[in-house]
Design a protein around this ligand. Structure first.
Ligand SMILES: [Zn+2]
Length: 294
């Protein structure tokens, strides 16, 4: 937190629109060139970033192999926070402005890297996911602990470890020196999600949620800066919400001292990407080819 008080700690290193949290986009074709956006603040990153995205300074490009019929179009990361009046904004959109979503008609699997988990970590995570389910209708299924470490280059398709499907959401409290994700130094949490284009709009298919284990926060969801607050924020990123410039919303880019609960804008966004918006079948992981430069 860089010596700041809890009231204005940077939740996930995304002040001013730089996006720590929006990393990997799958595109039908490898982009000819990708320029990493600034990692911190600074002038707003171009409103959208095409093609492959930057993960903590390194590039992971994943291309859809051959003519995967459903996977057409492009996905763009939304670089700027939404205005307060909008209530919420998406993490990713396609050319038509449709937000990337998980399929609410299929459970979202997640695994936990338990190496540095706080005493109350599992309870806080369960509560955060319960609140997310209540607001979005998205269902989460715990698949157990894993020895996999979060990383910028995490492959979203790992058949040897997880079978022939998208890799589950990976969640953990990790010391900054144990990962290349760029947490710490003011970034208390980070969310990296993977999106693929689709005929009916882009799909979220995998991701990582990491909290800084070296800067222990209070447990629960009460006043002050808590693990609960950061979990709600990063998990909401993971299901498709971006930042909004309204400090009464969980998706405000910085922590606040208030109780942690989703606001009206957060809830509207979670409904828009969740079950009320209907089923959203995702392109299958098989047939994808991981490519490019890391
Ligand atoms: Zn954030």
């Amino acid at each position: 937190m860089s010596g700041e008080s809890g009231s204005d700690a940077d939740r996930c290193g995304s002040q001013g629109g730089a996006d720590y949290w929006s990393p990997v986009v799958l595109t039908p074709r490898p982009p000819p060139h990708v320029t990493p956006p600034p990692r911190r603040a600074g002038p707003a990153v171009a409103a959208v970033v095409t093609a492959a995205l930057v993960v903590a300074g390194s590039v992971l490009t994943v291309v859809v192999q051959r003519a995967q019929a459903a996977a057409t179009g492009q996905v763009f990361a939304v670089g700027e926070p939404a205005e307060a009046a909008a209530g919420w904004g998406p993490t990713y959109v396609d050319e038509q402005g449709r937000p990337a979503r998980w399929d609410p008609c299929t459970s979202i699997s997640y695994v936990v890297q338990p190496g540095w988990i706080p005493d109350a970590g599992r309870a806080d995570l369960a509560e955060a996911l319960s609140r997310l389910t209540a607001a979005s209708g998205l269902q989460f299924v715990f698949e157990g602990d894993t020895d996999e470490m979060p990383s910028a280059g995490r492959e979203p398709y790992q058949p040897a470890r997880y079978g022939e499907r998208w890799a589950p959401l990976l969640i953990g409290w990790i010391p900054p020196e144990a990962t290349d994700l760029g947490i710490g130094s003011g970034a208390q949490g980070l969310s990296l999600s993977v999106a693929v284009p689709g005929r009916d709009g882009p799909s979220l298919v995998s991701g990582q949620v990491v909290l800084d284990a070296s800067n222990r926060l209070g447990s629960g969801f009460g006043a002050g800066t808590t693990d609960g607050e950061v979990l709600l924020h990063e998990l909401a990123h993971a299901v498709g919400l971006g930042h909004v410039l309204d400090p009464t919303q969980v998706m405000y880019p910085q922590t606040t001292n208030s109780e942690s609960q989703f606001g009206a804008g957060d809830r509207a966004g979670l409904a828009a990407v969740g079950a009320p918006a209907g089923c959203h079948p995702v392109p299958r992981a098989r047939g994808l080819r991981l490519a490019a430069g890391r």
